[in-house]
Design a binder for this molecule. Structure first.
Ligand SMILES: C[S@@+](CC[C@H](N)C(=O)[O-])C[C@H]1O[C@@H](n2cnc3c(N)ncnc32)[C@H](O)[C@@H]1O
Length: 251
């Protein structure tokens, strides 16, 4: 808790995004990623592998955009910075470790943007329109969290379709980008399972809010909260779907 609180003080972000809760969300993720480092490692390795394969399969390598770059845990930044002329990292919050890593590469730029309503922000739209590869990196299931929590913080229930709308908006933006010349790579968790120590699933949650995705090219489990993280008797597992070529998956 102390680490999360300290991160929310030091991580830079526009006041509007700070007030909305994005810095707090980033701190929560950062703290959990460090506590659960070993449990997360296989997932991060798989995700980086998918992104490298998508990058190597991209013929023109002018620029790559990573949506939801966050801590860069699942982003193979060195490989991307070697393969492409320009790398744009897009997130509502770029935590200090990611900022320091990005500074080591002259061709890496940070774009701070809140994208739950799409990729229409003029600066961002331009960056995406000229990209040869766009990666949505374990972002999609996170997009509804802060908007829904903002309603709950005011003691109101979020509109029932809010999560669905946000997921659909992101996928529609990826569809538009994939209909041009860019390759689009999507990696997202789609369902959360609560498991007990006997391996029984005691609960589950649809992280896509009812939106169906096409059959994935790769599927794996991410042990997001091992035993002890949320309680001694239960752990949380997220199932990941990976699409190295979103246009082909949609065809
Ligand atoms: C699970 S993390 C993704 C992991 C990240 N690729 C990494 O390697 O650390 C989700 C990221 O989405 C970002 N995010 C969540 N909602 C967002 C929004 N509305 N706009 C922009 N970024 C958002 C968070 O700040 C966080 O960095």
């Amino acid at each position: 808790m102390l680490f999360e609180w300290a991160l929310s003080l030091v991580n830079p972000a526009p006041l509007r995004l700070r007030r909305l809760g994005y810095v707090r969300q980033s701190g929560r993720l950062h703290a959990r990623s460090r506590r659960c480092r070993a449990a997360w490692a296989p997932h991060l390795t798989r995700a980086r592998g998918v992104i490298i394969a998508a990058a190597e399969a991209t013929a023109r390598r002018g620029s790559v955009v990573v949506l939801g770059s966050g801590l860069l845990d699942d982003v193979p930044l060195i490989a991307l910075a070697d393969l492409f002329d320009r790398v744009s990292l897009v997130d509502a919050v770029h935590p200090w470790p990611a900022r320091l890593t990005a500074r080591r590469h002259r061709n890496v730029a940070l774009v701070t943007a809140e994208i739950s309503a799409g990729l229409g922000d003029p600066g961002l739209a331009e960056v995406c329109a000229s990209a040869d590869l766009i990666v949505s990196a374990n972002l999609l299931s996170q997009l509804p969290i802060v908007p829904i929590e903002a309603h709950e913080a005011r003691g109101r229930e979020a509109p029932p379709q809010l999560g669905t709308q946000i997921v659909e908006t992101h996928l529609a933006a990826l569809d538009r980008l994939a209909s041009g010349t860019a390759r689009v790579c999507l990696i997202t968790d789609i369902v959360q399972r609560v498991e007990d120590r006997a391996g029984r699933v005691t609960d589950s949650l649809d992280l896509m809010f009812g939106v169906a995705l096409p059959p994935p090219v790769q599927v794996w489990d991410w042990e997001i909260a091992p035993f002890g993280e949320i309680g001694r008797r239960h752990r949380l597992i997220h199932q990941i779907h990976a699409y190295p070529d979103w246009r082909a998956a949609r065809a």
